[in-house]
Design a protein around this ligand. Structure first.
Ligand SMILES: Nc1ncnc2c1ncn2[C@@H]1O[C@H](COP(=O)(O)OP(=O)(O)OP(=O)(O)O)[C@@H](O)[C@H]1O
Length: 577
């Protein structure tokens, strides 16, 4: 199931709402551009006057004066055009920045379960390809559409003012444009969608072959992969031919419609001049306007085409904000640190519960180990206890308030999940630590690193907290990355921690060192440890045995061993290993 896409109406209302924030700037761009266009329109007008003056007889001084005025007009027009372009580009950048920030805020608050169900590929496609397409449209398209449409409008108005009868010739291309563009728009969007889908498939096939080249080689799949690739290329080729044919036909008819007004202005003008209905100068003016408006109409239509692609991307981008939130802060505040799960059920897919009415009462300050066979539901229970997903049934509460009723930032100050994924974000070490507590002082961050036994390597960093880390910066080892994550927990300071296989992926030496760091972090907190090595269970205050989504045994290690049940069997077999 993919993330939703917004319908045309939503795209329209959201785009207008976005543009509304820039009403002032938009008006400024249009006004400056209109002034530039008026200056540009003065040229044909003055040239028309010149032709008339020469035709009826005039002085050299008049021609010189008009020449000077023409130079002045060109200068003013260039200056105004420059300002109009600059303002339009700044506006484009600001609109795009706003769109991107809003989108990022939405994406980072998406319910995890929805992203997991949709697959990260869809979201990544939207945050990269679609954002790029919009960027192109907003940065260059929006300013150019403003510029070209205001120029076209003013040219037509100026032509009508200069000589209404002759200006009629400008309209002859319109029926052809309307028919060609309407036909094109009808087929363009589905054709472009098919085209991008075909290229996405081709990309997938190529990436798969390259990424798994050794497997392809080992199993002798070369010929088969080539056949699949050829098919994908053929499909991409076919869709590309369709879109190209579409464009060639469109641009042929547009070319005709652009040339037609110039020819019409000359023929119609000549006919009118012969009958003394208009002057030669008026015909010159209109013919020049017809020439002048051509590139603008052509550019506007180019952007109309690009707009189709951008609108498809916008509907995918706005679609992300249509995802229903999986929680809403109720405003209730927990009055203690007691976490309790009551009749918790959870289904990743509707109708297939992986947890069945789980009850668990955590004693504040205790260490609880969760053990059980693979796929029993341990991690899912851990995620429920940390408030990552809202349960499908039942509730997990802290101080009687459901975890999912707390604002996200409050939730993390109560309970946090520690997994083996420790991403180091691009930025400084301080940026990475402040993710947990934005207001943390350098001293607090240093103390947090000290608490997790990281001062050794930290002391060797020349720039200390200001060291750039993450991809492209100083490379941190997996153990160091994990210590940064643990230092973040110290800063976050939740009273309860859920550890999911926190140290299992590291080599034993690093793991022992990290366990020391970890125990410093765990001191004084309630801890739920999802245990894969039973010695964690042995050291815990209580052990919960999960099987098929149920807690089947719960109690201290000694009691469970004495009871000779599931846990005792696991314990004995682990000891024998
Ligand atoms: N994101 C997911 N989407 C769909 N099903 C899932 C997802 N994550 C887990 N499951 C399923 O839920 C059940 C419980 O999985 P869970 O990871 O909670 O078990 P576990 O006891 O932690 O297993 P392990 O020790 O192997 O990690 C399994 O059947 C698993 O296939």
């Amino acid at each position: 199931m993919l993330l939703p896409t917004a319908d045309a109406r939503t795209v329209r209302t959201r785009s207008l709402a976005l543009l509304k924030n820039y009403r002032g700037q938009l008006a400024r761009v249009v006004i400056v551009q209109a002034l530039a266009a008026v200056a540009a329109l003065a040229l044909p007008w003055l040239l028309g006057d010149l032709v008339d003056a020469v035709a009826t007889g005039t002085t050299v001084a008049f021609v010189n004066r008009l020449g000077l005025v023409l130079v002045g007009v060109v200068l003013v027009q260039s200056l105004l055009t420059r300002f109009a372009h600059r303002d339009a580009m700044i506006l484009g950048e600001e609109i795009f920045a706003r769109l991107r920030e809003d989108f990022l805020a939405t994406v980072t608050h998406l319910p995890l379960s929805t992203v997991e169900r949709a697959g990260t590929g869809d979201l990544i496609g939207r945050t990269t390809n679609d954002v790029d397409r919009i960027q192109w449209m907003v940065r260059f398209g929006v300013p150019r559409v403003l510029v070209t449409s205001s120029t076209i409008l003013l040219t037509v108005v100026a032509a009508l003012l200069a000589s209404p009868v002759t200006a009629l010739s400008l309209l002859v291309g319109i029926p052809i444009i309307v028919v060609a563009v309407r036909r094109y728009l009808r087929v363009a969007t589905p054709a472009y969608l098919r085209n991008s889908e075909a290229f996405a498939r081709l990309n997938g096939v190529l990436t798969e072959s390259v990424e798994h080249a050794t497997t392809v080689d080992a199993l002798g799949l070369g010929r088969r992969r080539r056949r699949i690739t050829d098919r994908a290329i053929a499909e991409a080729w076919d869709t590309e031919v369709v879109t190209l044919r579409m464009r060639v036909s469109l641009f042929f008819w547009l070319g005709v419609s652009f040339m037609l007004p110039v020819a019409a202005a000359l023929l119609w003008g000549a006919w009118l001049v012969e009958r003394d209905a208009v002057t030669l100068g008026a015909v010159t003016t209109i013919a020049l306007y017809a020439m002048q408006v051509r590139p603008h109409v052509s550019e506007l239509l180019f952007w109309v085409d690009e707009l189709q692609v951008a609108l498809a991307s916008l509907s995918r981008i706005f679609g992300v904000s249509l995802v229903e939130p999986d929680r809403a802060a109720s405003g209730a505040a927990p009055d203690d640190e007691h976490i309790e799960a009551r009749k918790v059920r959870y289904a990743y897919r509707a109708g297939t519960d992986v947890l069945h009415d789980v009850d668990l009462d955590l004693v504040p300050g205790e260490r609880l180990a969760v053990v059980g066979p693979s796929g029993a539901g341990k991690s899912t229970l851990g995620r429920m206890l940390a408030g990552i997903h809202p349960p499908t049934g039942g509730s997990v509460t802290v101080g009687e308030v459901p975890l999912v009723d707390l604002p996200e930032e409050d939730l993390r100050s109560h309970v946090a999940l520690v997994t083996q994924e420790h991403h180091v974000f691009v930025g400084t070490l301080a940026d990475n630590l402040r993710l947990a507590r934005p207001a943390a002082s350098p001293e607090e961050m240093r103390q947090a690193l000290d608490a997790v036994d990281a001062l050794g390597w930290f002391g060797r960093l020349e720039k200390g907290l200001e060291t750039e880390v993450g991809s492209g910066g100083t490379e941190l080892t997996p153990a160091q990355a994990q210590q940064v994550a643990l230092a973040r927990l110290v800063l976050l300071d939740p009273h309860t921690l859920v550890l999911d296989e926190a140290t299992s992926l590291l080599d034993p030496r690093a793991a022992r060192h990290l366990e020391r760091s970890l125990s410093a972090v765990l001191a004084g907190r309630t801890v739920v440890a999802i245990a894969h090595r039973l010695h964690t269970a042995h050291d815990a205050d209580r052990v919960a045995v999960v099987e098929d989504g149920r807690i089947v045994e719960l109690g201290p290690h000694e009691d469970l061993v004495a009871a000779e049940g599931e846990y005792a069997a696991l314990w004995h077999s682990w000891q024998q290993e």
